[in-house]
Design a protein around this ligand. Structure first.
Ligand code: DON
Length: 306
């Protein structure tokens, strides 16, 4: 298949969508982006890469980081992790508090904010120290992407100062004894991994292990076992877009994970990893044009898993 031509076709067709939606503003520093930017990268299992648009521009990965922290926590704790965070779709927005109260502080899945705060807390309990924990997360992603990535101090501080909902979620879970460490340390680590900066090309590389049963196809390094990679992909399909996960499965039909920075990663099992970037978001907090571009991609290539 001529993937470069397909990317060019997508870029052409997406132009009218680019002005639609709004960039995230509830984390003030996220507003400082070129709102109409668009980029897409595809990485095949043999390492061949196809790019379009500003594919090497770094953006805030935000909730996409939850895929990495979930993979790390699953690797360390196995099934025990599910005592603290379930694996069902929430049908609620990513920062919702209501369900958490009547479900006694156990988040529905590791991709909503509450669930990701719990997986980060579990990493903090394992590594004991907040700086070491963040370094381990950073190193895990460096090893996957084969790049040295870093976080954006301004975005991190902006969320630290304005993350009232996350503070509420963490406090509520602490009251149910589902946060083991001091709330400030857990949230600081969570905000730091959300503010990591990566390009489309780097994210497509970093996600390739999930298209290949947990093994980097280029180095043969196993990052997680095949059964665990299966779980990560299943959760990306059912929970990766929060209360728009059904919509994403319906229109795109791939395991995917979005972030409010405007990125979306998607996996074509046994074939490739994809990343798309476009910072204007739809009402559910997912990249508007990114979702449309991925829909065009599976329509043009017939590579939806369905
Ligand atoms: O905790 C937050 O609200 C952000 N750091 C991440 C949220 C996010 O990316 C939701 N994605 N669509």
């Amino acid at each position: 298949m001529n993937y470069q031509k397909i990317l060019e076709e997508i870029e052409k067709q997406i132009q009218t969508e680019l002005p639609k939606g709004e960039v995230a503003s509830y984390i003030p520093a996220l507003k400082n982006v070129q709102a109409n930017d668009f980029a897409m990268s595809i990485k095949l299992l043999d390492g061949t890469t196809y790019n379009i648009g500003c594919f090497d521009k770094k953006f805030s990965i935000q909730s996409i980081s939850k895929v990495f922290t979930f993979a790390m926590a699953l690797k360390l704790y196995g099934k025990d992790l599910y005592q603290r965070v379930w694996y069902e779709p929430s049908g609620n927005p990513f920062n919702s508090l209501v369900q958490l109260e009547y479900e006694k502080g156990i988040p529905r899945n590791p991709f909503i904010n509450a669930g990701a705060i719990v997986t980060t807390d579990s990493l903090l309990s394992y590594y004991k120290d907040k700086n070491l924990t963040f370094n381990e997360i950073n190193q895990f992603i460096n090893n996957l992407s084969k790049q040295n990535i870093s976080f954006d101090e301004e975005i991190f501080k902006s969320e630290l100062e304005s993350g009232y909902r996350n503070q509420a979620l963490a406090s509520l879970m602490k009251s149910f004894k589902n946060i083991d460490n001091p709330i400030e340390e857990t949230l600081e680590t969570y905000f730091k991994h959300c503010s990591l900066m990566m390009s489309c090309e780097e994210l497509a590389s970093a996600m390739l292990f999930l298209a290949n049963h947990g093994v980097d196809p280029l180095t043969n390094e196993e990052f997680i076992t095949a059964p665990k990679a299966k779980r990560v992909n299943a959760l990306m399909l059912t929970c990766g877009h929060y209360d728009a996960s059904g919509d994403f499965a319906f229109h795109v039909g791939l395991p995917g994970k979005s972030g409010v920075g405007g990125g979306i990663v998607a996996i074509v099992p046994k074939k490739m990893a994809i990343c798309v970037y476009s910072p204007r978001l739809n009402k559910k907090g997912n990249s508007h044009s990114g979702t449309k571009a991925l829909e065009l991609f599976t329509t043009l290539t017939e590579l939806s898993i369905f």
